[in-house]
Design a binder for this molecule. Sequence first.
Ligand code: WTA
Length: 647
Amino acid sequence: MSDRIDHLLTETRRFAPPEALAQASATTSDLYEQAAADRLGFWAEQARTLTWATPFTEVLDWQPPHARWFHDGTLNVAVNCLDRHVEAGNGDRIALHWEGEPGDRRTVTYAQMTAEVKRLANVLTDLGVRAGDRVAIYLPMLPEAVAAMLACARIGAVHTAVFGGFSPSNLRSRIDDAGATLVITTDGAWRKGKVFPLKPTVDEALREPGHGVRNVLVVRRGENEIDWDDSRDVWYHEAMAEAAPEHQAEAFPAEHPLFILYTSGTTGKPKGILHTSAGYLTQTAFTHRHVFDLKPETDVYWCTADIGWVTGHSYIVYGPMANGTTQVMHEGTFDTPTPERPWQIIERYGVTIFYTAPTAIRTFMKLGRQHTQSSDLSSLRVLGTVGEPINPEAWMWYRDVVGGGSTPVMDTWWQTETGAIMISGLASVTSLKPGSAQVPIPGIDIDVVDEAGAPVGDGDGGLLVVTSPWPSMLRTIWGDDERYRETYWERFGDRYFAGDGARKDDDGEIWLLGRVDDVMNVSGHRLSTAEIESSLVAHESTAEAAVVGASDETTGQAVVAFVILKSRFADAMSVEESEGVLRQHVAGDIGAIARPRQVFIVPDLPKTRSGKIMRRLLRDLAEGRELGDTTTLADQNVVDAIRSQLR
Ligand code: WTA
């Protein structure tokens, strides 16, 4: 964090949009003026770019902390993402250029995707899924994942996508919390040159009774051996072949639930963030169009996020498809079969807008520019990043090496909870400053406040808050409205507390400084220290555990655990064995993304006199820094004892 503050004090570079880009763009600074003059009128105008079955008459009903946007209007989200483009004569436009990891390719037009989603809507209905029912989607990056989400939206079912890397118990807890009745998955998918099985994880998740899942719909992809339960499992391709091709879409109220997406909070239990229909679609489509200067007729857009995370929802499925975008979707990893893969894909399809994460950019930097130079990247005209702060060095490298020295880099700040981009420049308007996420997008009110809630001045730091409700805001935490109030709204009254530290520089531009709570950010993925701690203490050998996010050159933060073993295990296993066992245990329990980089077996943990673990000291130890203030430690010897264990 101190790095960022140094940069913020010294960063004076600014990069105006290329003149040709600015001149050819429909996006101008007028948007800021319109939104400032009449914020609700501005959002109403954006909402009217969607196709409504019943037009709304009221823009916002705000009963803090509950907002309803456009609530007396009705529409169908899937029709907005598909049918209306076909009806407008754009059915032959390519929706997806899909790239399988082994090199196979598929092209899906808007007409084809519309047909697929209509059939799939009938399949879901035939399986007894009704509006309001929950469907778990446990799928990797396949066109069927997009179809599954849109088919749910089409019939008003609420999807909850679960990242394909999550473990059976994690999948199960989401299925149970959401009360899902159907799971859509695949036999297996390609990852790092091998088929990675997914169906067995679903089988394992559903083994213990007590869940409400009636069917598992299985997309065939990996062609790996899987177990089959005739009473429950249904092949996607077989059901699709039998289903009726036509489907009449029903319109749903603007506030009809669209999806639940689980994200880590400060306690062990993930939060089911609930998003609804019209407001969410309005803001995702608006930001996608104006932040990136999207021209749906000519652009080829590639967002590299996984569909299991919010970026995949908002900036692969809903925003881009509402805008009728042609996009690239890829299965597997960037380095398989070779590290040239992302650049070859950009050249092959003439990608013009590329949206990825800082952790990927830092990995590209480490691999070296020779990989990018093997391909022609001159089609790129706008770049974007999301997920964590991007340091000015990585920003400049991205602009120079990937973007040919002239391409705007849009650093976009937002969260699962905000649903869509909140802070970012606009590619055709903003003079960008490397490392700063710039300013709130038009129509969004954001401030940085001190602990007492008073706005800080330019040049000062504090906590990021959103001061007015916004269209794509979360509506609640599924099944736990009290937690919704407590987590986001208790601290600063009617202002939304984001959980991020931020600073305004002398120009009033915003620099994000990372989380201020016990949420870690590893490669752009949110992980809760409490969730990993509870996984560690659930292991029979563990007496006590503390987890911190230590800074890491590539992944931003890394999980570092400090564990006290029960004495009988401490005697029976070597330190190395215990470390290995516990790292593996967390990976199996939560998923590989949560596997600690390091597990330190320690004799004790540093605590305050009131018994609170001093994570700050553990972070200092994990990062090999001089220890900060230790005067509140109950036992000064503990730190020396721990330090002697660190190798
Ligand atoms: C962090 C991802 C700095 C932040 C869309 C936030 C960022 C959390 C940025 C949300 C950015 C996201 N600059 N930090 N441009 N974008 N973050 O819910 O800490 O997975 O609170 O949503 O990521 O992560 P989430």
